[in-house]
Design a protein around this ligand. Structure first.
Ligand code: FAD
Ligand code: EPU
Length: 353
């Protein structure tokens, strides 16, 4: 399993930002991964500055500059039904499977639970990383377990749902164990009898527009696909990584105070009494100066999308550093206007202020 050297990563991320990897290789089995990690160890002993990056579909990654190290692209394939009981089927998918194709595969077999997560870009292996979520469902709602390779200790480790410590766009893999494990496969617990989730208002509206009389998991998936396609820029046309920031949560008292000054501010109550603010609204309602909004703002080829302010875009030749600087300006601007701190959702590599 040799590494290739000086490989362009431009087409490997949905931002489409130019970057060169010093060493690059894909793997589709655990044996290949182990072999690659041995090479990583050998080459790193001569140069300890070399870093390692596990790559999936590249749809939540901002690369600044070239990557001085090893990019290991996970291409482990396969979807198998591993177990079944009265209520559920348990399905194991390889980390390299495309997420949306996996969701479609489940729908085609009438396995319910993943349909609200239709059309999220990227691969199965990264789905636990930030506990992907959309339209009222999060990965943890259908997650059963995963197997991961411990890079340093060279051993297979099994994680249950509790072990993963999932939160809103959070898991142990994003924090405590960042860069320590390669997720190899994920097992999902899917319902034989669906529990439809249309709590997210826009789904009901879209189903009505579609003229759906009888609810099905396919109809929900189609509604979600239609909503997403109308709102979010297609990375094949305009480079982006979805929401650049998380929606921040604040105390109810702070929300009440903000509501006095900004009666239209958008917030949703969390179960713990705090309020989750729509970061898109905060970004839209501030800007580079007192008369302009960030929404639709463009400097060079880096910008803030004109239909969804939470999405930063690369119109062609933006550098990672330019997008990162824009994200920092937005972050500071939201902080000084509303006193609310945004946190980046996208994984940034090599970016500096
Ligand atoms: P990558 O971008 O390749 O990697 C992301 C991170 O995970 C990196 O740190 C990488 O090192 C690590 N990683 C990847 N694979 C592995 C592995 N096998 N083992 C260990 N670490 C790994 N996200 C949502 O939650 N909800 C949405 O609705 C949503 N909508 C989006 C819409 C658009 C248009 C885009 C472009 C993105 C959107 N995203 C959304 C973000 C993105 O799709 C998800 O975060 C997705 O799970 C990323 O998968 P990926 O394979 O592309 O990961
Ligand atoms: N809004 C604005 N202006 C904007 C954008 C949004 O005012 O430019 C306000 C509107 O009031 C809107 C509200 O924000 O009703 C919510 O917007 P939207 O429904 O588009 O969802 P979001 O909060 O911006 C989140 C996720 C998305 C996910 C959707 C649907 C985060 C960080 N983002 O976006 O996930 O697809 O909800 O569930 O939680 C991602 O993580 O990459 C992602 C795209």
């Amino acid at each position: 399993m040799p590494f290739r050297e000086n490989i362009s990563l431009g087409a490997c991320t949905s931002f489409g930002i130019h970057s060169i990897a010093r060493y690059f290789s894909a793997f589709s089995t655990v044996d290949d991964l182990q072999e690659l990690l041995m090479s990583v160890e050998q080459l790193s002993s001569a140069d300890s500055r070399l870093k390692t990056l596990i790559l999936g579909g590249g749809s939540n990654l901002l690369l600044c500059g070239d990557f001085n190290g090893f990019v290991l692209k996970n291409e482990i394939a396969g979807i198998i039904e591993v177990h079944e009981d009265n209520e559920f089927v348990y399905v194991k998918a390889g980390a390299g499977e495309n997420w949306h194709r996996f969701v479609q595969y489940c729908i085609s077999r009438d396995w319910a639970g993943a349909e609200n997560l239709s059309l999220i870009p990227g691969n199965v292996g990264a789905s636990p990383m930030q506990n992907i979520g959309a339209y009222g469902v999060e990965l943890e709602d259908i997650f059963w377990g995963l197997e991961a390779w411990h890079i340093k200790e060279q051993k297979l480790v099994t994680f249950t749902k509790t072990d993963c410590a999932f939160g809103y766009r959070e898991s142990v893999f994003k924090r405590k164990f960042r860069d320590q494990f390669v997720i190899l496969n994920v097992t999902f617990q899917l319902r034989k009898k669906p529990r439809f989730n249309t709590q997210y208002g826009a789904i009901e509206q879209e189903l009505a527009l579609m003229g759906v009389k009888e609810l099905s998991i396919k109809a929900i998936a189609d509604a979600v696909i239609r909503i997403r396609s109308s709102k979010l820029p297609d990375p094949a046309v305009t480079g982006n990584a979805g929401s650049f920031f998380k929606n921040p949560s604040i105390q109810a008292e702070q929300f009440a105070a903000l509501k006095k000054s900004y009666p239209n501010i958008v917030g949703y109550p969390n179960s713990d009494g705090t309020i989750k603010l729509a970061a898109g609204w905060l970004i839209e309602n501030t800007g580079p100066d007192s008369t302009t909004s960030w929404k639709g703002f463009r400097r060079g080829d880096a910008g803030c999308h004109s239909r969804q302010a939470l999405v930063l875009v690369n119109y062609g030749n933006a550098s990672g550093q330019e997008v990162f600087h824009l994200s920092e300006e937005i972050l500071q601007s939201v902080k000084s206007t509303f006193g609310v701190e945004l946190e980046r959702e996208v994984n940034v590599v090599g970016c500096e202020l």
